[in-house]
Ligand binder design. Structure first.
Ligand code: AFP
Length: 324
């Protein structure tokens, strides 16, 4: 059975040529990143880079390598007006005639690298309007403005998951020739959750409504939910969201009382918004306890948010615990 390759899929979907070039550029560099990851210790690229990023997090060597590879790939594309990365303190202006802005997390879950667990690349494509040189302000658009969003999951197989606003498609990398082939079109999140995804070790630091919501899940069929749930936590958002796109559930990284002035751990512009775009396109929801994440007007490029995402009815119930 001949499968549709990514370039043909984008043509069939009548995606604008400039947007195609951005998506294909990201897909191409992800193949190179996957090769670096596959070499592991043999490439001498595991471990810490010996520096901190703008988030105050210890950078892994592969964080820096992947970030530089993606920056170079995007900077070579005339369609890219500017880029912003989790690993870059400031936005990076690119081509003055470009129509798109790209935000990305080059290696999400990078703390998993040294234990050979799953990591991913997350990307978000926003429109750029106006003539002046690009500034951070141009990037500060609600997630609903995204023209495309997706991720690459470097797992047992390498998968690219993408939406350009007409549903979600999944592509699997053909390692023999470096092409992404369509393996799932029209992805829909199953309605009812059987699994939840949260870092349980933080339980004592959550707000009371989240403690109550999770406690009711854990009480299983003898509790108010009258059914048993399972838990998964990969510690790489890309992997946890991929599981939810494939088989449903709820993922949350809530506010934590240890950093009361920090809204959450996850970043709005290059984690929550792109993942939220995909989840909504697959029939799911993504909220903070106060409202829909894709409607948030960003205030700065590294802004953080609490995230509740997944099956629509399960997200609604979790938000209801907070709004009671
Ligand atoms: P790293 O990229 O620093 O590993 O963080 C990954 C992440 O931002 C997100 O992908 C995970 O869901 C979450 O953090 C894991 O956080 P914990 O390490 O607190 O479980």
């Amino acid at each position: 059975m001949s499968r549709v390759a990514l370039p043909q899929y984008l043509e069939n979907a009548a995606v604008a040529a400039e947007l195609q070039s951005v998506i294909l550029g990201l897909a191409e560099v992800s193949v190179d990143i996957s090769k670096s990851l596959a070499k592991g210790a043999l490439a001498g690229v595991l471990g810490a880079a010996g520096a901190e990023n703008v988030q105050g997090e210890d950078q892994k060597k592969l964080d820096v390598i992947a970030n530089d590879m993606i920056k170079d790939a995007l900077a070579a594309l005339p369609a890219v007006r500017g880029l912003a990365s989790e690993e870059e303190a400031e936005v990076v202006p690119c081509h003055t005639a470009g129509s798109y802005l790209v935000t990305f997390d080059p290696l999400d879950g990078s703390s998993n690298i040294d234990i050979n667990s799953m990591v991913g690349t997350i990307f978000s494509v926003l429109p750029h309007r106006g003539e002046a040189p690009v500034t951070e302000q141009d990037f500060l658009q609600p997630g609903r403005h995204q023209q495309a969003a997706g991720y690459v999951l470097y797992g047992p197989s390498v998968m690219l998951v993408l939406s350009t606003g007409n549903g979600v498609a999944m592509f699997t990398l053909d390692q023999d020739n470096g092409t992404y082939l369509l393996t799932e079109s029209e992805v829909v999140i199953p309605a009812d959750a059987k699994e939840f995804s949260i870092n349980m070790s933080n339980q004592r630091h959550w707000a009371a409504p989240m403690q109550a919501y999770i406690a009711d899940l854990i009480s299983g069929k003898d509790g108010p939910r009258a059914k048993d749930f399972n838990m998964r936590w990969v510690a790489a958002m890309v992997a946890d969201v991929h599981r939810i796109l494939c088989r449903g559930g709820l993922f949350t990284y809530p506010w934590d009382s240890r950093k009361p002035d920090q809204a959450g751990k996850l970043r709005l512009m290059y984690e929550a918004n792109p993942m939220g775009f995909l989840v909504e396109q697959a029939g799911g929801e993504i909220w903070t306890p106060e409202g829909k994440i894709l409607d948030i007007q960003p205030e700065h490029i590294h802004q953080r948010v609490p995230v509740i995402l997944g099956a629509a009815n399960e997200v609604a119930l979790c938000v209801d615990y907070h709004q009671r």
